[in-house]
Design a protein. Structure first.
Lengths: 741, 159
């Protein structure tokens, strides 16, 4: 336990290994030693840092530090709220800062993605806050020379209950001249607030940056400037697999503002820097104009990729040999014996992320170190990649994160743009802000893969499913980073284990090669696997003459919650929580109400990241085949909710994201090159196309689970299922676009 | 391609002088010559609206507006919308409805909304859609943008 002491030395060592297996190895370690001031939590005169996430400055301001990147998913508000709850900070006056990444792991993992920020921070931040609170209490008790057990913390003050003496946290930084002696702290034994006492967690706290955003004061990476900074863009390979032969920069160098033009060689390995010609200029527009004036020659790829060629290869592969992913029973025998057979093939396109803030990185590469300002979802990977590219020691790369990043969605996991900026800065000898133009972004690859599914199902005489066979063909994400990987299916099969009761089922996978580079797109493989499951179970329901909701209900009721093995470890599916959101969505959209002709409702559900989501869509198809999604209802169970308004925003956003992809999103290739280039031809959802949205949040005391991605996958299948209900027409190829009636 | 020249601009009520070619898009002059970063680059071709500012009260895409065409006109950026500490009703409505997620496109959204409400303080749904269809949001805040515009419209109707 923590108790005040008389010695000037202080020693604290805490480890935060918890039963959940979450992050943080050490919070704070200070070795005692003769003459060493007890710097337990004193980092500067008058400054008090009880844990890495909390700093109380000499002026009394309490700063909470966020180690995850704010991409719009609300971590800058939600994570500090968890911390502040246990810390008993005054939410109205705290300041929020982003943690830099300097190579240390004192904040735990800073990688932001997989919908795991709140769920991983839940244990970490509560314990960090509680630990900081106990240290502050101990510091006050030491200052008053009383027993810490007679003190309590509330709303940024420590109170000595018997006497009523109070000391604000702000004063403790000044008062804590002799910090408390603490013995080894068992962090699991820290007392945590009961949920009934929460004043911040579970409340729809306003986002901390609202005023800055609406006044234009907010600073994104693209807004950052440092003295002596230059701007750069890169002339990039026009086709996948094309390489630079040579270039003529004579015209480019005559463009006012252009300072230099030089090659950036392709980097091998997983960084995916494809090389090209860097144009360095005094400002962005001059760099862009300089780029337009460069004449470059590229090799022709050996086999220029095209959508047609890839589709043909995938179609052939769908009928060929496959790797078994999982199976139960005997699907082939069951299909032979089935009363009624159902078959379908689905085609899904490449999808780009297109975050509103185009990729950019500010790098200052010196001889022995590199400092970056980088909007990244994976600072650890970026730092390692930059260190390797510049041949620096690990730990010599510092990543500063802008407070806000204009969308990640998985694209900002990759270190490619950081490495490019670092290489250009190294060559130029000055800090360089590299910008990817929107065309670079739309054409540059790192897509969600194009996929093909061959589905077969069998029903018995009563219309009950006997057999389910799902065969996925695509280019695996893994081969972009490990071309020789023998386990290409690893990143492709998530969410593909059918959660409906199917007595005989099989999931097969066949990879095909393609030079198109791939990455992680919001909700990753669930976006295609959940589509296949939810579209095909709908087809089976209709083939059985059954209502699609009732068909699903029965199949979920017949299956107890279960675990299955995935490449990432065992996954638990709670079929009761899944059924619950299905029912809630159906009820909210008034599933059984008869709609006018040409209007239908469709439904889909999805388990992902320990969260359960259901989407119901109401769609009207106009005379010309124009598909209008008029309403979406999402029922969502993500366990205990830290900020319900932020969760609602994530669901609203997931609906817009999912509809963009379902209705319009498509990257196509011809002659090795991407045919789209900007928002005029890579179409995304706009305000008039946003339907009415209703969100039903499940009130749960389960541990917090993901909210950033799980509502995305069921959007597309709900829409195609609704189109079928409206028209009797099955859409088996995305994007939906316009129907031919 | 013409030469850079001294250009005088009226930005947020203040006379500013910059050196630029007349063809340079206003967006880059605002961001890199004047340090006004609220107008943002999202596409460069007038498709996304992140660069939206006002020229003589009308919403324009500054990425498609050569700076030479706006001398002698009144330019307003997001930074010029508030009066000191007093936010514009649209900015207040944006905060009340918790509109932003990542926040990148929001200044452009707000500038388009302000131009709409200045022109038509009580817009019909179709007018809101027409005015806002040029502003893309990849975080999907459209739902709340509609609510914030209606909220601001009610506020303006009261005053």
């Amino acid at each position: 336990m923590i108790r005040p002491g008389l010695s000037r030395r202080s020693f604290l060592q805490a480890s935060l290994a918890t039963g959940g297996g979450l992050l943080i190895s050490r919070m704070l370690t200070v070795a005692p030693g003769p003459g060493k001031a007890a710097a337990a939590a004193i980092t500067a005169p008058g400054s008090f840092e009880p844990v890495p996430f909390v700093r109380i400055g000499p002026d009394g301001t309490i700063v909470l530090i966020v180690a995850k990147t704010e991409l719009g998913q609300g971590v800058r508000t939600a994570l500090p709220a968890i911390l502040a709850e246990e810390l008993e900070a005054d939410w109205r006056t705290v300041r929020i800062e982003q943690a830099d990444y300097d190579g240390s792991d004192r904040f735990g993992s800073q990688q932001t993605g997989g919908s795991n920020s709140v769920s991983s921070a839940w244990e970490q931040s509560r314990r960090a806050g509680a630990l900081a609170r106990e240290l502050l209490i101990a510091a006050a008790a030491a200052a008053w020379d009383v027993d810490a057990g007679s003190c309590a913390a509330r709303n940024a003050e420590v109170v000595h209950r018997p006497s009523g003496r109070r000391m604000a946290y702000a004063e403790l930084a000044r008062a804590a001249a002799s910090p408390p002696i603490v013995e080894r702290v068992d962090v699991d034994s820290l007392s945590l607030k009961p949920a009934g006492d929460y004043r911040l967690v579970g409340k729809p706290l306003a986002r901390v940056d609202l005023r800055d955003v609406v006044t234009g004061a907010a600073r994104f990476g693209i807004d950052t400037a440092v003295p002596g900074m230059r701007h750069a863009v890169v002339l990039r390979p026009p086709a996948f697999g094309a390489q630079l032969v040579g270039f003529d920069d004579s015209a480019a160098r005559k463009v006012p503002g252009v300072l230099d033009v030089f090659e950036i060689p392709a980097q091998g390995g997983a960084t995916l820097v494809k090389g090209g010609v860097a144009i360095l200029a005094a400002d962005t527009w001059s760099a862009m104009r300089g780029r337009d004036a460069v004449r470059a020659e590229w090799t022709e790829p050996d086999e220029p990729e095209s959508t047609d060629a890839l589709s043909r290869r995938m179609r052939r592969a769908a009928g060929s040999e496959a790797t078994l992913v999982d199976a139960a029973g005997d699907v082939d025998a069951a299909l032979r014996g089935a009363e009624r057979a159902v078959a379908a093939e689905y085609e899904l396109p490449f999808l780009a992320h297109a975050p509103m803030e185009p990729l950019n990185a500010l790098a200052d590469a010196r001889a022995d170190r590199c400092i970056l300002c980088l909007g990244t979802q994976a600072p650890e990977w970026a730092a390692a990649a930059v260190a390797q590219a510049l041949e620096l020691e690990a730990g010599k790369v510092l990543i500063r994160k802008p407070a806000l990043v204009g969308g990640g969605f998985g694209r900002r996991l990759n270190p490619d743009y950081a490495v490019e900026a670092a290489l250009i800065s190294r060559q130029a000898g000055v800090p360089v802000k590299l910008l990817w133009t929107r065309e670079d972004d739309v054409r540059g690859g790192i897509y969600r893969a194009a996929c093909r599914y061959r589905m077969r199902g069998g029903l018995d005489a009563d219309g009950a499913p006997l057999a389910w066979h799902m065969h996925l063909v695509n280019t695996p994400v893994t081969w972009t980073y490990e071309p020789q990987s023998g386990e290409p299916q690893r990143d492709e099969v998530g969410g593909g284990h059918v959660y409906y009761r199917m007595p005989n089922h099989r999931f097969d996978y066949t990879p095909v090669r393609s030079p198109v580079t791939l990455g992680w797109w919001r909700a990753v493989s669930q976006t295609h696997n959940n589509f296949a499951i939810e579209a095909f179970v709908d087809e089976m329901a209709h083939a059985a003459g059954r209502d699609p909701l009732e068909f699903r209900r029965q199949l979920l009721k017949m299956r107890e919650p279960f675990d299955y093995d995935s490449p990432w470890g065992p996954i638990h599916v709670d079929t009761r929580r899944l059924l619950n959101v299905l029912e809630l969505a159906a009820r909210r959209i008034d599933w059984y109400r008869r709609r006018e002709p040409s209007t239908g409702v469709g439904i889909a559900c999805c388990p992902y990241a320990a969260t359960y989501a259901a989407q119901a869509a109401e769609v009207t198809v106009e005379n010309g085949g124009e598909v209008r999604v008029t309403r979406m209802v999402c029922a969502f169970d993500c366990g205990r909710i830290v900020n319900p308004d932020i969760v609602r925003q994530q669901i609203e956003g997931s609906i817009a994201w999912g509809l963009s992809a379902a209705l319009f999103g498509e990257i196509t290739l011809a002659d090795g090159a991407v045919e789209q280039g900007n928002f005029n031809d890579y179409r995304v959802l706009r305000l008039p196309e946003m339907p009415q949205v209703n969100v039903v949040l499940v009130d749960s005391a389960e541990p917090p689970s993901g909210a950033g991605e799980p509502a995305v996958p069921p959007v597309a299948p709900a829409v195609v299922n609704a189109i079928f209900a409206a028209t009797g027409q099955r859409v088996r190829r995305l994007p939906v676009g316009e129907l031919t009636i | 391609m013409s030469e850079a020249d001294e250009i005088e601009l009226d930005v947020n009520g203040t006379a500013r002088r910059v050196r630029s070619e007349p063809e340079r898009p206003l967006l880059w002059v605002l961001r890199e010559s004047l340090g006004l970063n609220g107008a943002r680059y999202g596409c460069g071709v007038g498709q996304c609206g992140a660069c939206t500012v006002h020229v003589d009260g009308r919403a324009v895409r500054s990425c498609m507006t050569p700076v030479g065409t706006v001398t002698g006109k009144s330019i307003t950026t997001i930074e010029g919308l508030a009066r000191g500490d007093t936010l514009h009703p649209v900015q207040s409505a944006w905060i009340a409805e918790n509109v932003p997620q990542c926040g990148y496109c929001q200044p452009g959204q707000i500038m388009s909304a302000v131009a709409l409400l200045t022109r038509e303080p009580q817009p019909a749904e179709g007018e809101i859609e027409a005015a806002m269809r040029g502003n893309i949001c990849r975080c999907g805040t459209y739902h709340r943008i509609r609510r914030a515009i209606r909220r601001a419209s009610r506020e303006l109707g009261r005053s």
